[in-house]
Design a protein around this ligand. Structure first.
Ligand code: ATP
Length: 239
């Protein structure tokens, strides 16, 4: 579904990704792992077209999206759950979910689709039913992450990208979020997951990439990368 072809990208002439080639096949979970500053967030923000691409190409299906604007990429159904969740803290859970639906709000069948999406996310996270009117900023980190994932799902994504969803969360909560990602894959969603928490991310993934200092250092089926002690030693030392 998504393909990087030899992409070099960065910020104001400094390079954060160098010659990166990777693929996210339809219906799969692909994880990008690596230490702090490896370029993982840059990879997601490159896809969302928030980072300059200096050379190489980016394709969604067979469409060249290298020069697209951020809003155009969202229109194509590429949606991210950003690092740190970035909820609207003073707004309620329901209001945050409505903002996620914004992309579809102009469609003639918007009212029905809104109800359908809402039913879907409440089925995934039933606990949110009781939290509908709670201000997002007053929720726990795990609950906020669930709202952030739900908000992204309200946009009916084709490709869901998550930037460090485990950040600051207890292991049990991380397991719960990752179980939900597995369920979303069963429902046919394509997922790109970026994580410092490499073991769990690679266990979940169909395929993984190890990034270090902006380059792909290794790639392969998630389990193979996870069980390679040399990789842990060289690139994933902090997990
Ligand atoms: P982290 O887990 O710390 O977010 P990461 O793997 O996601 O790490 P990036 O945030 O993509 O790494 O950072 C890659 C490189 O790009 C780093 O050298 C970082 O300093 C640089 N960088 C990131 N964001 C910007 C920015 N907005 N402007 C300039 N340089 C940036």
């Amino acid at each position: 579904m998504l393909r990087f072809e030899n992409v070099t990208a960065g910020y104001n002439s400094s390079t954060a990704l160098e010659g990166v080639s990777l693929k996210v096949p339809e219906g799969k979970i692909v994880s990008i792992v690596g230490a702090n500053g490896a370029g993982k967030s840059t990879a997601i923000n490159t896809i969302s077209r928030l980072v300059s691409i200096y050379s190489g190409k980016l394709y969604l299906d067979d469409r060249d999206i290298t020069r697209m604007k951020p809003a155009e990429v969202v229109e194509l159904g590429v949606v991210q759950v950003p690092e740190g969740r970035q909820l609207f803290a003073p707004l309620t859970v329901e209001e945050n979910l409505k903002l996620g639906f914004h992309r579809l709000a102009r469609l003639p069948d918007a009212a029905d689709r809104y109800q359908e999406r809402l039913a879907y996310v409440l089925d995934l996270f039933p606990v949110m039913k009781e939290r509908f009117s709670q201000r997002a900023g007053t929720m726990s980190g795990g609950e906020q992450q669930m709202v952030a994932v739900s908000r992204a799902l309200m946009a009916e994504p084709r490709l869901l990208m998550l930037d460090e969803p485990s950040l600051g969360l207890a292991p049990m909560v991380v397991d719960r979020i990752f179980d939900i990602l597995a369920r979303l894959r069963e429902d046919g969603l394509t997922i790109l997951l970026v994580e410092q928490h490499a073991d769990a991310a690679l266990e979940l993934a169909d395929y993984g990439y190890v990034l270090a200092v902006g380059r792909v250092r290794a790639e392969g089926p998630g389990a193979d990368l996870r069980n390679d002690p040399a990789l842990h030693h060289s690139y994933l030392g902090n997990v």
